[in-house]
Design a protein around this ligand. Structure first.
Ligand SMILES: [Zn+2]
Length: 253
């Protein structure tokens, strides 16, 4: 059996580590095979715990201090202190707060945000002093979750961002109401026929929040098209797992 195969992001900052997970190398069975990191997905909690602990070991962060959230499609940002998630990530699995984004300035506190089509966005200050992670589905995007996450770490300095794998416009036709909400907020450039490009929505939100386009890295990939790599809520009719975007500041040795 092969192990986890996360997509590691080069942050350009020595102590800031960031990665997007894939579904490979976990313990969960179909339809959540195999590295399901989402609690409350109908999966066996022991398998979710094992998958989360395994990913923490693989990437090298502390699972006890790692932050997991109860994601509610809003714009609240959980500001994590030095205790981080208080064992909510791989222990109780209950999430430390109702929020779709988290930010911290504390080394050793990893922020883990889940998605299964929705973009997960990781952001860090270029001086390496602060990091943030956000779940940017269409409701959160309209509510301003990315602007809120960037505001939580900006502090007058530079910010860099990685937009994780998400459902592409190839697989994301939406109803008139959703399309109108996103187009009103982010402009006609995000529309692709009957579909919307959520990555373009993220870019528009981020540039609106003051992040220069050249500091926004889109990892690419479509969660719905790439079944061997990613969970997709839409493709799998809701019965699926979750991948994560994870970011943290390494503690000084
Ligand atoms: Zn697709």
């Amino acid at each position: 059996m092969t192990g986890p195969a996360p997509i590691v992001i080069g942050t350009g900052v020595p102590r800031v580590r960031a990665a997007f997970t894939t579904r490979a190398g976990g313990t969960s069975t179909a339809p959540r095979a195999s590295l399901n990191l989402g609690a409350g997905t109908g999966d066996d909690p022991e398998r979710v715990r094992a998958n989360r602990t395994c990913m923490a070991r693989e990437l090298g962060f502390d699972p006890v201090r790692a932050v997991a959230l109860r994601q509610v499609h809003g714009s609240a940002v959980y500001l994590a202190d030095a205790h981080g998630g208080r064992d909510s990530f791989a222990g109780a699995l209950d999430g430390v707060a109702d929020a779709d984004a988290a930010a911290t300035r504390h080394p050793g506190v990893a922020l883990a945000v889940m998605g299964a089509d929705c973009p997960v966005v990781l952001a860090w200050s270029t001086d390496g002093s602060r990091v943030a992670a956000a779940h940017a589905g269409w409701r959160g995007l309209v509510a301003g979750v990315l602007e809120a996450a960037i505001a939580a770490i900006a502090d007058g300095g530079g910010v860099r961002v990685a937009v994780g794998p998400h459902i592409g416009p190839c697989c994301y036709p939406v109803g008139d109401e959703v399309r109108a909400a996103l187009q009103d907020r982010f402009g006609a450039g995000v529309r692709r026929g009957q579909a919307v490009d959520l990555g373009a929505c993220c870019e528009a939100a981020l540039t609106g929040a003051g992040v220069p386009p050249e500091r926004i890295d889109r990892v690419g990939g479509c969660t719905a098209c790439e079944e061997s790599l990613f969970f997709s809520y839409r493709r799998d009719g809701g019965e699926t797992g979750r991948q994560a975007g994870i970011i943290w500041i390494e503690e000084a040795a």
